[in-house]
Design a protein around this ligand. Structure first.
Ligand code: 9YT
Length: 137
């Protein structure tokens, strides 16, 4: 069994801040744990509005706290996000994510991320094989 706490993970390489300053994310579970998915606690910063498109991953996002909205780009549908909302990108949906206040989200990725990905110009993560270096366990 693996046991971790958000507090200790926040003080390790598991916590990343996006280069564009839109979000930060602490990856509690990564590919090298061999669970078949990764699990992240992500904060989308208040006022941010950006595009994501996980072409290589499926992602579910559950809102723990904060308010905002997600818009699917193909059909321009806008879904409010509040504590208790989950959105599930089962179609690799391209989307805009907007936070009217800090939104704390629990995110699950399949396949799992390694921790080394950065968003490409389309808002996707490439599939990479490099394990997180220096992470605690
Ligand atoms: C909700 C979302 O996809 N945010 C981007 C960050 C992502 N959750 C991550 O890499 O941890």
């Amino acid at each position: 069994m693996i046991v971790r706490t958000l507090n200790e993970a926040n003080r390790s390489a598991r916590r990343v801040i996006s280069p564009d300053g839109n979000w930060e994310s602490t990856r509690l579970l990564l590919k090298d744990d061999h669970m078949g998915f990764s699990f992240h606690i992500t904060t989308i910063y208040a006022g941010k509005d950006f595009r994501l498109h996980y072409q290589n991953h499926l992602e579910s996002v559950y809102c723990i706290s904060g308010y905002g909205e997600v818009e699917t780009i193909s059909d321009r549908k806008v879904y409010p996000i509040e504590p208790g909302t989950i959105y599930i990108l089962d179609q690799h949906d391209a989307h805009y994510l907007r936070a009217s206040e800090d939104m704390v989200m629990a995110c699950v990725f399949n396949p799992p991320v390694t921790g080394a990905e950065v968003h490409n110009k389309d808002g996707a993560y490439e599939l990479v094989d490099t394990p997180l270096d220096g992470g605690d366990s």
